[in-house]
Ligand binder design. Structure first.
Ligand SMILES: [Zn+2]
Ligand SMILES: [Zn+2]
Length: 377
């Protein structure tokens, strides 16, 4: 069972206000509206809500602190069936002895702990993805309180070993039941499981040693990133606990669509419409590229409808470190030959003449060409 305080990234001693603030920041961060089809974020969003439904309610929180659950009665950390399976083996009531449950597996509360990773999203246009840029990314994160240096104690004082638990952070409570004596291990109510008590709290962080801050981090986004590219910034995540290292900031890139260009890896695809004389005779045609202005494209004679012409090196940059022959992909131009529905009288006459020259039988036109010819005689 994951610790609800850890899910919200707050200290056991956090005030209800701190919990609410942390909850709101996390809900903003993992909200499904900004993470469509992101299972990870959805999972986190659910966990955050579940954790807040307990810790956000002072009465439920108190029960959770005492029993490690909010159900109002003690439960096992593991599977309940294990208990009854074991019980059967003893052959009846009374053979149970002392059973340790609750948070017996909790790690040493004062051990250094790495801060959590923070996830953020950056949306770019296709042009921005092609050029790369520096983007200010705003994240809310728990940072080490600068006033107390993370101890939570008022500057000039230091935390003392908790007199109730002697620094272990745990208290054991014996309960007699029909099954025998249960020994329940709970976080120490005096120190909240930390093993230390702060006599005079730091005013800035109210004793938690961490403060929720909005940071703007300038992130260098390299040219060539694609939808789903993840950038990992070491040490830019949540502050660690008890001197542990900070987590990472993980940025997922989203790249928008752009009319006229379709991306496929490092290649960009675009389309070009030719008249049939251009397709037959060839031409030099100006085509727009994404970031290099217009390029002159040589259309060879006899270019067919559906042909693909390549403008080398005018596609997307490849991310550095990826294996590639060239630094950039190509612009792939898909040719469409336009067959006009309407012709002028002269165009029609020329095409009919061409048809005669090529000895290809053609239909009478909608304007009754042969009728017109017949009228002439
Ligand atoms: Zn402080
Ligand atoms: Zn204690």
């Amino acid at each position: 069972m994951e610790d609800l305080y850890q899910i919200l990234g707050v200290d056991r001693g956090a005030s209800q206000d701190d919990i609410k603030r942390a909850y709101r920041a996390l809900v903003r961060r993992y909200h499904p509206d900004t993470h469509r089809n992101d299972k990870d974020a959805e999972e986190k969003f659910k966990k955050v809500n579940a954790a807040y439904s307990v810790l956000g309610d002072a009465a439920k929180r108190a029960r959770y602190d005492q029993y490690g659950t909010d159900s109002g009665s003690a439960t096992f950390d593991g599977d309940l069936s294990d208990l009854f399976g074991g019980f059967g083996g003893f052959g009846g009531f009374g053979g149970f002895g002392d059973i340790l449950f609750g948070s017996a597996r909790r790690a040493n509360p004062s051990a250094p702990k790495r801060g959590a990773n923070i996830e953020a999203r950056v949306s770019l246009t296709l042009v921005e993805a092609a050029k790369g840029l520096n983007r200010l990314v705003e994240v809310s994160r728990w940072s080490t309180c600068k006033t107390c240096g993370g101890t939570g104690a008022k500057p000039g004082t230091s935390p003392k070993v908790c007199p109730q638990c002697g620094g272990s952070g745990q208290v054991r409570v014996a309960q007699r039941t029909v099954f025998g004596q249960f020994l329940s291990v709970s976080p120490c109510p005096s120190c909240g499981g930390k093993g230390k008590v702060i006599e005079e709290k730091c005013a800035s962080c109210k004793g938690s040693g961490r403060v929720l801050e909005t940071h703007k981090i300038e992130v260098k986004i390299p040219a060539g990133v694609d939808r789903g590219t993840r950038l990992q910034l070491h040490g830019e995540g949540e502050a660690g606990l008890n001197g542990g290292p900070a987590g990472d900031l993980i940025i997922t890139i989203d790249v928008g669509h752009m009319k006229g260009f379709e991306r496929e890896g490092a290649d960009l695809h675009t389309s070009l419409v030719l008249t049939y004389p251009q397709a037959v005779l060839g031409a030099t045609i100006e085509v727009p590229t994404l970031i290099d202005g217009n390029e002159m494209l040589e259309v060879p004679q006899g270019t067919v409808h559906g042909a693909m012409l390549r403008v080398k090196g005018k596609g997307m940059p490849r991310l550095r470190g990826s294996w590639a022959l060239s630094e950039r992909g190509d612009l792939v131009v898909h040719v469409t030959v336009d067959i006009p529905k309407k012709l002028t009288e002269k165009q029609r006459a020329l095409v009919v003449e061409l048809a005669g020259e090529m000895q290809s039988p053609v239909a009478a036109g909608e304007e009754g060409f042969f009728d017109k010819v017949r009228k002439l005689f």
